[in-house]
Design a protein around this ligand. Structure first.
Ligand code: ATP
Ligand code: F6P
Ligand code: MG
Length: 550
């Protein structure tokens, strides 16, 4: 839903028709390699939406042979709607409910729930307090039918800024998702549970806060056997890596430092070996903290457990400074990364402001999206040019960035540029290299721009003092700030409530300011990217005052 296509006139219908056919043929060939359209529409009022995907198997598009951001294999969920059909909304909603229904262990097991052991009323047992008042008089539980609305804006036109529409009229359609939190009934005997926690991918502020809250909440339920898997998925099969027993006492202070108490790693996604290990270790609940790749891995583990009919709940918590996971307001660590990034921008500003014809250049992380660069530019208010991968730009020529920098030096005497690491990749030579997880290693746009700026001003005979700052790992190796610490606390606690409620293959996240569970399959179809038609990007442009660079 990030980048809805504009309404098309009849002249473009043929094009849309071809696009839809391509989508269908790609789908039927079982492989989707570019960011899939959530929907396409035309003046003939047809819609295709709701592609659901299983895990990435390969990272090159079979059809185009081009590398894909997150190469995925399409599965069978697809609905074609005819907007002339008066019941299209109902059909949409039925399909929506199916897609967002949470997978649970009772789908494969015939299990009876038991009353929860989670109670914040210390003097009462779940069966009732000493006076016989039953716990169900305590309104502290979430009803399994509770829902939160994923979207709350009613756009009256598809041309409204940032509009996310389903039909050509942009009709209001309710999109409900499942509310997170403790249930009155649970599907595990806490005393018998073995729970494991694993942190994968790159570092991210808040990992320790989430680990800590998961341990606290498990203990509140009465779980005694809690372990940490060291160094990501690798810890499941790498010989010599031993699981770490965890307790409230052990993790009490880990949130005071950045990093991961358990260690992280990339690569080594061997689902069957991981599930062999889960089986051998008799793990009942697995909490997986990570980004897009980790979620794809968690879903593969969940599917494999189902195939083997194992009673295991796999619950993910979305971690990434990049904020590039679909549907959710933000991932934990993002806020802190933005705050740190802002410090780098501030230093660049001070350097540039104090130099004669100073140009401060800051490169910020973000593997496939420009959220950190956009938000840090907005929060600092000191950036004159913000460049993100979602908005193409040119450096040279009349409308290029360099000409604008000339103008800024002339008019205000200095300037600050913030560039996202994935921006302008088309201007650079690609190495084709990938990291251990199969992620493309990006070419260095920061160094390239630094050289281009220096050369340009030398060529035109204008002095320019370029100061380049690449804060790299500094933005993610720090401890969580206050807002992330709260997010981590809630997401960690909810992850445990979700596992006890018997869900598996879900992620614990925040949508539209409410805490919810989403099926992992719905959040891994593609990386989330900045919508250049969103109000946020427009606000960033208002703040920087930059023109279009093409
Ligand atoms: N499609 C996939 N299926 C199964 N496992 C995967 C998949 N993609 C990645 N993984 C595994 O998930 C782990 C983390 O992946 P990755 O390195 O891409 O980090 P991430 O979770 O996306 O986080 P970050 O935001 O730091 O990049 C790795 O061990 C990787 O092998
Ligand atoms: O930790 P590594 O392998 O250097 O990866 C760096 C990447 O990880 C992230 O920090 C998180 O995905 C990206 O912003 C960055 O591109
Ligand atoms: Mg990733």
């Amino acid at each position: 839903m990030e980048n809805p296509l504009p309404l098309l006139d009849d002249n473009h219908f043929e094009l849309v028709h071809i696009l839809i056919k391509m989508a269908v043929s790609l789908k039927s060939s079982g492989s989707f390699c570019s960011t899939p359209p959530q929907w396409l529409h035309s003046t003939r009022d047809r819609i295709l939406y709701g592609y659901s995907h299983s895990n990435a198997k390969e990272c090159t598009c079979k059809k185009t042979k081009r590398p894909a951001p997150l190469c995925v294999k399409a599965t069978s969920t697809k609905v074609e709607l005819d907007f002339n059909d008066p019941s299209w909304k109902q059909k949409f909603q039925e399909d929506w409910d199916k897609r967002f229904n949470l997978p649970r262990i009772t789908d494969i097991y015939d299990l009876k729930p038991r009353p929860t052991t989670f109670s914040l009323k210390k003097n009462r047992s779940p069966a009732g307090d000493e006076n016989g008042t039953p716990m169900d008089k305590w309104n502290g539980y979430v009803n399994s039918d509770d829902r939160a609305l994923l979207k709350v804006i009613k756009y009256s036109s598809p041309n409204s800024a940032g509009a996310e529409c389903i039909d050509p009229d942009c009709s209001w359609v309710e999109q409900w998702v499942h509310r997170a939190g403790p249930r009155k009934e649970i599907y595990y005997e806490p005393e018998e549970v073995k729970a494991a926690i694993v942190t994968c991918g790159g570092l991210c502020p808040g990992l320790n806060d989430v680990i800590r809250q998961i341990v606290f909440t498990l203990e509140t339920y009465g779980v005694k056997n809690i372990v940490g898997i060291p160094f990501g998925y690798r810890g499941f099969f790498e010989k010599g890596l031993k699981e770490m027993p965890l307790s409230r006492h052990l993790v009490e202070n880990i949130n005071l430092a950045g990093g991961s108490f358990l260690g992280v790693s990339r690569g080594g996604a061997k689902t069957s070996e991981i599930v062999d290990s889960i089986q051998a270790r008799r793990i009942d609940m697995l909490f997986v903290l990570g980004g897009n790749g980790t979620h794809a891995g968690a879903n593969a583990i969940h599917e494999e457990c189902r195939k083997r009919k194992l009673k295991v709940s796999v619950v993910a918590v979305p971690k990434t400074i990049d904020n590039d996971i679909l549907l959710m307001d933000k991932t934990f660590g993002f806020d802190t990364a933005v705050e740190e990034a802002q410090r780098a921008i501030n230093s660049a500003y001070i350097e540039a402001r104090s130099a004669y014809h100073g140009i401060g250049l800051v490169k910020l992380m973000g593997r496939s999206s420009g959220f950190i660069a956009m938000h840090a530019s907005l929060s600092s208010g000191q950036v004159d040019v913000c460049l993100i991968p979602e908005v193409p730009f040119t450096l040279d020529g009349e409308y290029g960035v360099l000409r604008h920098l000339e103008h800024l030096l002339k008019t205000k005497g200095f300037c600050v540029v913030c560039v996202a690491e994935a921006a302008g990749q088309e201007l650079l030579q690609k190495s084709g290299a990938t990291d251990a997880s199969g992620n493309v290693i990006l070419s260095d746009i920061g160094v390239h721009m630094q050289q281009k700026i220096k050369m340009h001003f030398k060529d035109i005979g204008v002095p320019a003092d370029v100061k380049y700052i690449d804060p790299t790992y500094m933005v993610r190796a720090c401890r969580a700030n206050a807002s992330d610490a709260i997010l981590c606390t809630v997401l960690g606690q909810n992850a445990v409530h979700g596992a006890f409620a018997g869900f598996s293959g879900i992620t614990s996240c925040i949508c539209n300011t409410h805490y919810v569970y989403l099926p992992i399959t719905e959040v891994i179809t593609a990386p989330k990217r900045v919508n250049p038609n969103s109000r946020m990007w427009h606000r960033c442009l208002t703040s920087t005052g930059q023109p279009d660079f093409h």
